[in-house]
Design a protein around this ligand. Sequence first.
Ligand SMILES: C[S@@+](CC[C@H](N)C(=O)[O-])C[C@H]1O[C@@H](n2cnc3c(N)ncnc32)[C@H](O)[C@@H]1O
Length: 278
Amino acid sequence: AATLGLGVGPPQARTLASAATSPPLGHRSPPCPRRRLCSSSPSSAATTALAVEEARRGRKQLGMDSPLYDYLLSNVREHPVLRDLREETASMRGSQMQVSPAQAQLLAMLVQILGAERCIEVGVYTGYSSLAVALALPESGRLVACERDEGCLEVAKRYYQLAGVAHKVDVKHALAVDSLRSLLDCSEASSYDFAFVDADKRMYEEYFELLLKLVRVGGLIVMDNVLWYGRVADPLVNDPKTISIRDFNKKLLEDKRVTISMVPIGDGMTICRKLEDD
Ligand SMILES: C[S@@+](CC[C@H](N)C(=O)[O-])C[C@H]1O[C@@H](n2cnc3c(N)ncnc32)[C@H](O)[C@@H]1O
C-alpha cells in the first residue's frame, strides 16, 4: 500500500460498484498495458504519473485495465467485516494506503499454507491486512501488529473486536523498529512464521534485517510496494523513497539467505522465504 508522503490522494478502497463507475482505464492509458512499467518508454514519466493517479482513484493493481481489475475484484472472497472496514476506511485520509482485497487474500492464504501461529505486521493503518491475517490464524495464533498512529489503531482495534479476533492481536503502539527490537530482547528470535511489511519505505532494509532474525527457517517475510507505482523502473524518478525501494529490491535479488518471488499484485509484493539461521 502507498504512503501519505507520496501525495497521492483520497479514497482507494471502494466498493466494487463504485470502482466500476470509474472512467475506463483504456481511455487514458497507452495501447499496451506493459508500457506502464517500461522505463525505456519516452513517456515513462507520464506513465508513472498515471500509475500514481490510478492509485489515487482506487485502482490498486498496476498494469491492469478497468474491466479486468473489476473482474479480479469480483473474484475475491472478502469477509463481511473486512468489507465493512474497507468501506469505512474509504472516506478516511490515507485510504489509498490500504492493501487491495486481492493482496489481503493472498496474505491470508500464505498464512494458511504455512500453518502459521505467530505473525508480525509492520504498518497497520486501519487494520485491513492485519485483520485478514488474524482471521486466517487458528484460535491459538498471535499477530504482533506494529503501528505508530494511535487514531488508526483505534479503528483497527474496533474491527478486530467486530470480527472476534481481538484476542489474537497484540497491538504495539510505537515506532516499529523499537517494537521489533523489543521482541528480539525478549528472546523471540526465530520464533515467528510470517511477517508483512507495509510501513515507511526508507526503513525497508532495517525492517527486513530485524524480521530475518525474528522469523524461523522456512518462514516468510512479505514486503509490500516493491514496484512503487512503477517509479522503481523509471530512471527519471530519484526521490528518497523510490531510491530506497530500488536499492532494497537490488539487494534482495543477491541475498542468499532467502528465496524470493516478486509478485505483481497490487503495487507489487516480494515474498521472501528464510533459508538459514545466522
Ligand atoms: C501503508 S500503511 C499500512 C496499510 C495496512 N497494511 C492496510 O492494509 O491497511 C502504513 C502505516 O505504517 C505506519 N507507519 C509508518 N511508519 C511507521 C513506523 N516507523 N512505525 C510504526 N508504524 C509506522 C503509518 O502510520 C501507516 O499507518
